[in-house]
Design a protein around this ligand. Structure first.
Ligand code: NDP
Length: 326
């Protein structure tokens, strides 16, 4: 038996509780993992509260991140004792996820935790940090470089935003952090932001084309914020759209794309192909300062994840929440 959070269908939607499960209830898979750390991401909070239909199969163990030690493996690349991390790939949506003491996963998307990190740091990074890295890689692949000007990060004090700032700053970018929490300005500068702006500047409907302010942008907010980020990006710059914290809509025009050659990259962490996963984790290990990671992480216990979910959806959580499952 092992402890797990379980989301079950109810007459009014769904409900989550802490319970015990039997090994026999784990799905089929190549690798059985003793989960040491998981995380609370925006999507996990949606699954726990039932606010949005994240869970596609009931009952479900939520948790889109697993970090732990291999207990048993029938895949050649993994052996008992290996420290591993998995982000997305259906975890917590169609397949039992990380908010449990044990998980069984497919080997293909599984990544060995790269030194200097251990499972705790891998979870602190989690899907949010992995997504931030995928977004930075998209801007780099496009050819955005520090000498081209400032890079905008929206939803800056959240998980994706915080890690994106640290990663970009480490590579020499001048990062402008857009936040609705001016009280977090010092925190954001501590992560490496050169300037902090009020997210209200980007939240209202804007013009099809604005002044060219950004060499690139990483947007975790969506809606008018994403439209304005595109409209304010310099000619032939790029925007990585990775989130919808402010709305799923995209009230934009084609002007930035056809008149300025701005590129809009979609970032999908869930089905990111395995080679890209390994590349992103290698870069996280190289670029993410462990001290900054510690500064943006709060740790809670497995049972606390239930109570922490509403605050995360309300935008009250700073940085990342790592869940100690041990
Ligand atoms: P967090 O809740 O940690 O951060 C979201 C941040 O967005 C908040 O901290 C806040 O930043 C800002 N925000 C919240 N509500 C609003 C609002 N109404 N209007 C404008 N800004 C708002 O979430 P994550 O960082 O974990 O995730 C961010 C987004 O990215 C989510 O939408 C999530 O679903 C998505 N995501 C997508 C992934 C993918 O694969 N594409 C993977 C991971 C996450 P501040 O207080 O600084 O303004």
């Amino acid at each position: 038996m092992f402890r797990a959070i379980l989301v079950e269908k109810t007459a009014s939607g769904s409900a989550a509780r802490l319970t015990e499960l039997d090994d026999a209830q784990l799905p089929d898979g190549d690798v059985t993992v003793r989960v040491e750390w998981s995380t609370l991401n925006y999507k996990d909070a949606l699954a726990i509260t039932g606010r949005s239909p994240v869970v596609r199969k009931f009952p479900m163990v939520p948790g889109i991140d697993v970090a732990g030690t291999v207990e048993a493996s029938r895949a050649p690349g993994f052996a008992p004792g290996d420290a591993v991390v998995l982000n997305g790939w259906g975890l917590g949506e169609t397949r039992f996820g990380g908010l449990a003491e044990r998980a069984r996963v497919e080997a293909e998307p599984l990544v060995k935790v790269p030194p200097p990190f251990g499972t705790r740091e891998a979870a602190a990074i989690g899907t949010a940090g992995f997504t931030a890295m995928l977004s930075v890689l998209a801007l780099e692949r496009h050819g955005v470089t520090p000498d081209q000007g400032e890079v905008l990060v929206t939803g800056a004090a959240g998980g994706v935003g915080s890690v994106a700032i640290a990663l970009l700053a480490r590579r020499g970018f001048a990062v402008v952090a857009s936040t609705g929490r001016p009280a977090e300005a010092d925190y954001l500068r501590g992560l490496g932001a050169a300037r902090v702006i009020d997210r209200a500047e980007l939240a209202a409907p804007g013009k099809p084309l604005g002044a060219e302010r950004w060499a690139g942008a990483i947007d975790a907010v969506g809606s008018h914020t994403l439209a304005n980020a595109c409209a304010q990006t310099r000619a032939h710059g790029a925007v990585a759209a990775c989130g919808l914290a402010g709305g799923m809509d995209f009230p934009a025009t084609v002007a930035p794309f056809i008149l300025r050659g701005v590129a809009l990259y979609g970032i999908d962490s869930v089905r990111a192909p395995p080679p890209l996963r390994r590349q992103a984790w290698a870069r996280l290990a190289a670029d993410l300062d462990p001290a900054k990671l510690a500064a943006l992480t709060t740790e809670i216990g497995l049972a606390d994840a239930l109570a922490a979910a509403p605050g995360l959806l309300a935008g009250q959580v700073r940085g990342r929440i790592a869940v100690d499952v041990r």
